[in-house]
Design a protein around this ligand. Sequence first.
Ligand SMILES: Nc1ncnc2c1ncn2[C@@H]1O[C@H](COP(=O)(O)OP(=O)(O)OP(=O)(O)O)[C@@H](O)[C@H]1O
Length: 227
Amino acid sequence: MKPFTTEAAVAARELTKLYGTGAAAVRALDDVSVSFEAGAFSAIMGPSGSGKSTLMHCLAGLETPTSGHVFVGSLDLAGQPDRVLTAVRRDRIGFVFQAFNLLPSMSAQDNIVLPLRLAGRKADQAWFSTLTEFLGLRERLAHRPAELSGGQQQRVALARALVTRPDVVFADEPTGSLDSTAGTEVLTLLRHCVREFGQTVVMVTHDERAAGHADRVVHMADGKVSE
Ligand SMILES: Nc1ncnc2c1ncn2[C@@H]1O[C@H](COP(=O)(O)OP(=O)(O)OP(=O)(O)O)[C@@H](O)[C@H]1O
């Protein structure tokens, strides 16, 4: 392996992922090498089945590639024990999902600080205030998810992803459950997170309009990447 130096927040090197074996094997990722620059908003686009989710899951340490390497900063995830992968996901990565994935019985505030509680860490009050103000959630913190609009729920999910100050936020079709107004608002906020806080964001989307908000679009087809 060559020495690896880059400004990348997260990168894949010669990443291959096979599902199944023999003649029935699916090559979901086929020798993918791609870097995602720190402090940039990147989108991964491509048709259904092209490997977008598989790439994101491997980059986030949620799935183990068949071969190749994933670097989060300078840390090579290949061969790391579960304990290290869990710590990387918890401390260095934030997630935003299409279906928000908030806990229904908890207030917005408790949902936002949950990743910190799970890590046994206390919220940085100044950062919590900045974030909830920035995301327009100050008046909504006592509400439960069912008492919030879709756009508000996704903003709570975004606050939850950012509260740990992760190296990378992965957003998986973050506008897929929203109408176009709320979707545009969430994309604009993601953009502002990159600009204001230097946050690195990698978003998977089908939607060309959503990808239009990114600094850079990586296209996938048949498990391969093209710019
Ligand atoms: N757990 C699995 N077992 C077997 N095959 C899988 C599995 N997960 C994904 N695949 C296959 O790998 C390929 C890539 O799937 P992937 O979900 O990464 O694509 P995608 O671009 O994210 O698609 P979509 O936009 O529909 O979510 C597809 O052919 C898919 O059927």
